[in-house]
Design a protein around this ligand. Structure first.
Ligand code: M6R
Length: 612
């Protein structure tokens, strides 16, 4: 939620800030702004409502703002409507302090009242303006330096924040602070960068520092100094980012989402090869030894959105293979319900960004109860990756489109490989089956390539879907989990109301919604449940539904019931989510395009949800 950038060096800051913001626009895009300063002249702030394009126009692509030090922000509104007034950067009344912020200040009202009593006035509805003025207040009241003023502010505010701040008295310096909101700092060739996410600085540097929770930093003169809350300096190691800059570009595709759909085979191969050697799984890089695996009594998978949907698949696969109880929970529910956990449980947090606020809080809850935690995470160095006891990285590379595709697909692979290894180590699967199922997983990328090659066919049915009001997805078992993901893909980028139901649940209420022409997408890849799902298709068809059936090649008689059929290659049924999801991703994409929508940046959404 919200993207922040900062730069201080020898080059003009504004174009660098704008370029950085363009890489972070996936984090929020209802307004944007930059503050730039030339030497010790006063800071200039320019903001624009709406997409970044407006800010480019207002600043003549940055040329209208001279200066080599600045901060910028692209906003996903939390406090206060999207407007120019509420856009960041915010400033104290005399421009002594200028700041951008990602996160939420929970006790903003109390702080606003306090500052009002001290004579401060407010021009916006944002919590950021309050935190900016609080820094100013402490700075002046105690006549202290930036680090002490920021530290006092950090102690006083509740909530989450990544802050980048400029002080009038310190030209050429940017001060940053962080709690529960991501932030990376890059240094190269005597210049310093700060951003919410790596892609914002990838074209300049791959050498970054990760600032930890409740830490601050001072960027200036080509150096970065880190401090803890006591104001003591903290030493940090530089980390090299191995993604190349191109990975975060569209690479000839019209949209990131389509590019990322095409990247799935490679992302899956990379993730698979990271732990499979000579056809066998080796989880030593994850830190899960056979002894640890044998001791686990229950697995609890906690995640949000699509990551939660991969957990649903994992539940079916792991329980079936390893005969171990698996629970899957929404992180936003788990964190507040005082969950009962046992000492030998394993809590698995699945998250592309590694920064989702609810998932991070769930991880901390499990850790506070002394439970082993495993993160299945894409972003290296993210909070979940750093705080979990064990990490299984999905090697999907940067995922920019708000609608996840390749991260989802690689999360599934991690789930399959964990399930297989648990089964083998715990003795519920013999060697022959273990090896043949690993080979089956290895075949997934090639099969996805075939589905993608045939993608144009889906445009026909997408055109039919583009005019519908509602779409229902149904399936049983793993097909239900796939339906959940297909439905989310459809609604988040096409804005068509869609729901997923366990097919057996239809007649307990939902079937009353089916009328002439209602679209029902039936996922029927599970051979043992195929006949049952087909009966549900017949039930809705006899009430007028238009049915799109998804199954594997061979089940051609689905055409007797479905009005339109989509086939994917055959694969062991446990892994079918990996194939069936691809046409559903493509359908969501084509329907969104057909409706003339912004596929990569759907309204009201942001890529990583770092606030509750
Ligand atoms: O970064 P995370 O994997 O923790 O994000 C979880 C969800 O916010 C995410 O999967 C969301 O549902 C996607 N927009 C779905 O496409």
């Amino acid at each position: 939620m919200c993207g922040i950038v900062g730069f201080t060096g020898r080059h003009e800051a504004a174009p660098i800030l704008l370029e950085g913001l363009s890489k972070l626009e996936y984090r929020g895009y209802d307004s944007a702004g930059i503050a730039v300063r030339k030497g010790d002249t006063p800071v200039r702030i320019v903001k624009a409502k709406g997409r970044l394009k407006g800010l480019y126009e207002k600043t003549d692509s940055g040329k209208a703002m001279e200066g080599t030090c600045g901060i910028g922000h692209t906003r996903w509104a939390t406090h206060g409507e999207p407007s120019e007034n509420n856009a960041h950067p915010h400033c104290s009344d005399d421009m002594n302090v200028v700041a951008v912020h990602n996160g939420i200040i929970e006790n903003y009202q109390e702080l606003r009242d306090k500052l009002s009593r001290k004579g401060y006035t407010f021009y916006s509805q944002t919590d950021t303006e309050i935190v900016t003025k609080l820094v100013d207040y402490y700075y002046k009241k105690y006549n202290i330096g930036p680090i002490d003023a920021i530290a006092k502010t950090m102690v006083r505010v509740r909530g989450s924040y990544a802050l980048a701040i400029m002080f009038k008295d310190y030209p050429g310096h940017i001060w940053v602070a962080r709690k529960d909101s991501p932030m990376v700092i890059g240094v190269t060739d005597g210049e310093c960068y700060v951003a919410s996410d790596v892609p914002a600085m990838l074209s300049y540097t791959r050498n970054v520092y990760y600032i930890d929770n409740l830490e601050m930093a001072d960027l200036g003169n080509g150096e970065v100094h880190f401090y803890n809350l006591d104001g003591d300096e903290v030493k940090k190691e530089l980390t090299e980012i191995t993604w190349d800059a191109e990975a975060a570009e569209k690479g000839g595709f019209e949209h990131f989402m389509m590019k990322e759909i095409h990247e799935q085979p490679k992302a899956i191969r990379d993730t698979f090869n990271s732990v499979v050697k000579d056809g066998r799984i080796d989880l030593s890089s994850v830190g899960l030894t056979d002894d640890i695996i044998k001791d686990i009594s229950q697995v609890i998978i906690v995640a949000c959105g699509s990551a939660y949907h991969t957990g649903m698949v994992d539940q079916y696969v792991m329980e079936e293979f390893a005969r171990i109880p698996v629970r899957v929970e929404l992180a936003s529910e788990f964190r507040y319900r005082n969950p009962i956990l046992n000492p030998n449980d394993l809590v698995v947090i699945v998250s592309q960004s590694g920064e989702t606020a609810d998932s991070l809080a769930a991880l901390r809850e499990a850790k506070a109860q002394g439970i082993r935690t495993l993160g299945i995470v894409n972003v290296v160095g993210s909070s979940i990756a750093r705080e979990a006891d064990n990490v299984f990285y999905t090697l999907a590379g940067p995922e920019i489109a708000v609608a996840t595709t390749k991260a989802y697909s690689t999360q599934l692979i991690c789930g399959y490989l964990l399930a297989l290894q648990f089964a083998y180590v715990r003795g519920t699967m013999d060697e022959e089956r273990y090896l043949s199922l690993i080979a089956e997983v290895a075949s997934i990328p090639e099969k996805i390539e075939k589905i993608i090659e045939d993608k144009e066919r889906l445009q026909f049915i997408a055109a039919r879907l583009a005019n519908s009001q509602d779409v229902f997805f149904i399936g049983r078992g793993i097909d239900y989990a796939i339906s959940m993901e297909g439905s989310l893909k459809m609604k988040e980028i096409s804005y068509i109301h869609s729901e997923a139901y366990a097919a057996g649940e239809l007649k307990h209420g939902t079937i009353s919604l089916i009328e002439d022409g209602t679209i029902v997408i039936s996922v029927a890849t599970q051979d043992d449940l195929y006949e049952k799902t087909k009966s549900n298709m017949v039930e809705v068809k006899s009430r007028g539904a238009f049915i799109v059936g998804i199954t594997h090649y061979g089940n051609f008689e689905i055409e007797n019931t479905a009005n339109y059929s989509i086939y994917v290659p055959k694969l062991d049924t446990h892994f079918m989510a990996s194939l069936a999801v691809v046409p559903l991703q493509l359908l969501g994409y084509y329907v969104s395009i057909g409706r003339g929508l912004d596929v990569d940046k759907p309204r009201n959404l942001a890529k990583s949800v770092t606030v509750e």
